[in-house]
Each structure stands twice: as structure tokens, then as C-alpha cells.
Design a protein around this ligand. Structure first.
Ligand code: PLP
Length: 456
């Protein structure tokens, strides 16, 4: 068992943090008032902070620690690779053993028709890569005017200029003059928001028709690709109706538009499949991955490139794109060991057949709480929406105003009571580590209910 570090001086660390550390996505005035909580240790699904408090991490960090914290064999794989060759990448005609082995492994795990990978350091870089790759593809196909990429409002595809532009977060677009040219957005398939008067299945087809409308408006010969998360994660765990993705696929086929599945969250078992595209009947040309590929132990991302695009790129001369850390050997070694664990422990199948359905049933019981409208899940992603009062319809009519405040209050109660859940407006969401057991699911749901009681 790992040695437990002595508790550090929390106040001193918080002072240094406030003095020097600009946190991502953070209101620093608010943070300075409360002080950052200092996390020091993790084991399984639990974290410990600098004051020795134990907290159940229902978010897997940032949707990434799929195999849980404290995996000694990943540490060892990383240390071995660091000892042997900590880094090598020249771009030009060289490779490394872990990078090759991981590429072959990913080709084996990917849906049919995928045999190639382009490595990046993160999900954002992978989506930037997608933008350049699909435009390069259409150039090489003699259709250079096909440049526009269609995405969705409230999507999250990263924080780089292209990633944030592909994303549909208004709060990001207003800072820095985004989106960059050539990226447009359609509405998200959010049944609670837009589906009143329709069954979920009818709504799925209707929401997909927004893509066809937009392609026609732009002119099909201008559209390079459509990108979407199988289940929108950071947008609030928005689970699309079952009819949505097959209809999106039909429309992309009809207009010969490339389809990019951003599986940065949904890949590597989160929905009980190696890739959620298999679950939703998505037939993508490109798949973005990151996070779960290494369970977040070391940064790594990439694009799985389907044969249609790979065959053209591979014949097309130089693709002038890449990163110093593309195929980083240490990151690839961590990924190989992480995937070995997922396979050996049957975690993907367990989410599909055992703990995923159990989580669904237990999480759904939260819908009886007076503060909760709906509570739904897909695999190991789940979300509930907080409502002012129960209504006969599940559609948004009884939202808190402003919605943000109640979510933040609820999140604060969670944080103070030993569970990390994320608030997105009035949606409270989770994405627990895939190692979570049935007993731990019970513990998590009980804690959530307790904190909802405190929020009332
Ligand atoms: N795509 C999706 C669907 C994500 O959820 C994220 C991160 O949360 C990204 C892309 C960006 O990945 P990264 O933060 O590694 O750049």
C-alpha cells in the first residue's frame, strides 16, 4: 500500500495558489475568498485533500480516471519507459516502440474500418487536428471549397482556438472573438429544452433535420464535416434520443459530409463500449480521443482516422501538422498499461452488463426527490436537472432563475459532504470511475440525495 504523505500546510499552499496560479475556467475573485481545496492523494474512486478529508470522486477527475486512482502498474510502466527512453520524436522517419504498439492496439479496439491513429497531447489538439485534416482531405479530393464544419450549440470540443470554436459554448465564444471562420453551429438534441409535444424518438429525427437544413443553406459543396459528442458531456450530459444518430448518419451520407465523433469522454468504456459510436449506430470517419486512453495519468490524445480519410492522406504527400508530444513514448506506455487493465478487469463489459444498468436504476430513483425533474444516465454518465417545483411535463417550464445559483449551491453542499459532482446550470452531472462497485454506487446515490436535501 502506498505511504500516506504527511498533511501539508493548507493555508500556506492556498496563499501561494492565490498568488501565482491562474486556474482554468475560474473566477479568481471568488476563488480567493474561499481558497482552493488542495487535493493530495487518490485511491480507487476516492480522493483525500490536504486536511485529510476523504471525498468520493463521482466525476473521475475531469471525466478521465476510468481505471481509478492509485494504479501502481501504470506508475511502473511509466517509470520503465522513462528509464529506457523518456522522449523521442523527430517528426522525420522515426518511431518508438510504445507509439507503434499503441497504434496497433487502438486499431484493434476501434470500430471496423479504422486502422490509423494521429497522436496529439490533448483532446483540444486532436480537434484542431480534425479541422486541418478534413480540409486537407477535401483539398486532396479536388474539392478545396469544402471547408465548413458544422457543430452544435452547447458542445464542448476543447479550449484551443479551433477547439473552442467547434465547441458551442457562448461563454467561450464571447471571449477572444470566436468562432474562427468556417465553423457554424446548429441546435443541440436536448429533449427537455426543445422536445415539447413530441415523443423522444420523433424529437431525435426532428433535431437531426436541423443538420440537413443547415447543409442546404450553406450549400452541400461547401460543407466538409459535422462533429458531435455521442453524448454531450460538459454541456450537461445531454443524452440524445435513439433516433438521432442514425438520422445524422443518413444525412451525412446523403450530402457526402464527413462525420467526426468526439469520443474524448465517451471512449474507453464510459458507455460500456470501447467507443460509444458502436452503441449509438454512429459510423464516423474520424474519432477524437483523449482522457480515458491513459485514464488521465499522463496527457495523451489523438484522432482515430478511418480508412476513407487515411487512404487519401497517405497518398497525399506531406500533411504539415504535428506536435512535439505527438506519440510521446511515456504517454503511450501509460495508455498501453491502462488498456491492459481495462481488458484484464473486464471493466468495459462490467459497465455494459452490470454496474451501468445498476447505476441507471439507482440514479433514476433520484427523480422522486422534490428538487429533481428528471434523472437519467447512459453507461457511466448521468445527469439530473434541478427544478423549482415538480410539473406534469418533464420539459423545461419550472427552471430556477437564475439557474446557475442553485446548481452552484448544490455543488457546494456536495463538495462539503464528501462527494464531487459537477454543476452545469441547473443540471447536476456525474461520470464516475469505471471501477465503481454496486456498493459504491449505493453510497454515491445516498450522498447525492442527502446533499439535495440540504439544497432545498
Ligand atoms: N472534446 C470533449 C468531448 C471534451 O470533453 C474535452 C474536454 O473535456 C475535449 C474535447 C478537450 O480535451 P482536452 O481538455 O484534453 O484538451
Amino acid at each position: 500500500t502506498p505511504t500516506v504523505p504527511a498533511l501539508p500546510d493548507t493555508a500556506a499552499l492556498q496563499q501561494l495558489d492565490a498568488a501565482h496560479y491562474l486556474h482554468p475556467f475560474t473566477d479568481h475573485a471568488a476563488l480567493a475568498q474561499q481558497g482552493a481545496r488542495v487535493m493530495v492523494r487518490g485511491d480507487g474512486i476516492y480522493l483525500w485533500d490536504s486536511e485529510g478529508r476523504k471525498v468520493l470522486d463521482a466525476m473521475s477527475g475531469l471525466w478521465c480516471v476510468n481505471v481509478g486512482y492509485g494504479r501502481r502498474s501504470i506508475t511502473e510502466a511509466v517509470a520503465r519507459q522513462m528509464d529506457t527512453l523518456p522522449f523521442y520524436n523527430s517528426f522525420f522517419n522515426t518511431t518508438t516502440i510504445p507509439a507503434v504498439q499503441l497504434a496497433a492496439k487502438l486499431a484493434q479496439l476501434a470500430p471496423p474500418g479504422f486502422h490509423h491513429v494521429f497522436y496529439t497531447g490533448s483532446g483540444s489538439e486532436a480537434n484542431d487536428t480534425n479541422v486541418r485534416m478534413v480540409r486537407r482531405y477535401w483539398d486532396l479530393q479536388g474539392q478545396p471549397e469544402r471547408t465548413v464544419i458544422i457543430s452544435r450549440r452547447n458542445a464542448y470540443h476543447g479550449s484551443t482556438m479551433a477547439g473552442a470554436s467547434l465547441g458551442g459554448m457562448t461563454g467561450m465564444h464571447v471571449q477572444g472573438g470566436l468562432p474562427i471562420p468556417g465553423i457554424v453551429h446548429i441546435e443541440q438534441p436536448h429533449y427537455l429544452e426543445h422536445g415539447a409535444g413530441m415523443t423522444a424518438e420523433e424529437f431525435g429525427v426532428h433535431a437531426a433535420s436541423w443538420l440537413e437544413e443547415r447543409i442546404r443553406e450553406l450549400g452541400p459543396d461547401k460543407v466538409a464535416a459535422f462533429i458531435g459528442e455521442p453524448v454531450q458531456g460538459a454541456g450537461g450530459v445531454i443524452i440524445p434520443p435513439s433516433t438521432y444518430w442514425p438520422e445524422i448518419g443518413r444525412i451525412c451520407d446523403k450530402y457526402d459530409v464527413l462525420l467526426i465523433a468526439d469520443e474524448v469522454i465517451t471512449g474507453f468504456g464510459r458507455l460500456g463500449r470501447w467507443f460509444a459510436s458502436e452503441l449509438y449506430g454512429i459510423r464516423p470517419d474520424l474519432i477524437t480521443f483523449a482522457k480515458g486512453v491513459t485514464s488521465g495519468y499522463i496527457p495523451l490524445g489523438g484522432v482515430l482516422v478511418g480508412d476513407r480519410v487515411a487512404n487519401v492522406l497517405r497518398r497525399g504527400g506531406d500533411f504539415n501538422h504535428g506536435f512535439t508530444y505527438s506519440g510521446h513514448p511515456v504517454a503511450c506506455a501509460a495508455a498501453l498499461e491502462n488498456i491492459r487493465i481495462l481488458e484484464e478487469e473486464g471493466l468495459v463489459e462490467r459497465v455494459a452488463n452490470d454496474t451501468g444498468p445498476y447505476l441507471k436504476a439507482r440514479f433514476a430513483t433520484l427523480a422522486t426527490h422534490p428538487l429533481v425533474g428528471t434523472a437519467d444516465s447512459a453507461g457511466f454518465m448521468a445527469g439530473l436537472n434541478l427544478v423549482k417545483r415538480k410539473a406534469a411535463t418533464v420539459h423545461y417550464q419550472v427552471r430556477f432563475d437564475p439557474v446557475l445559483r442553485v446548481g452552484m449551491l448544490c455543488r457546494a453542499h456536495m463538495f462539503d459532504n464528501g462527494i464531487i459532482m459537477r454543476a452545469v446550470g441547473d443540471r447536476m452531472i456525474i461520470a464516475p470511475p469505471l471501477v465503481m462497485t454496486r456498493a459504491q454506487i449505493d453510497e454515491m446515490v445516498d450522498r447525492i440525495r442527502y446533499c439535495l436535501d440540504l439544497t432545498q
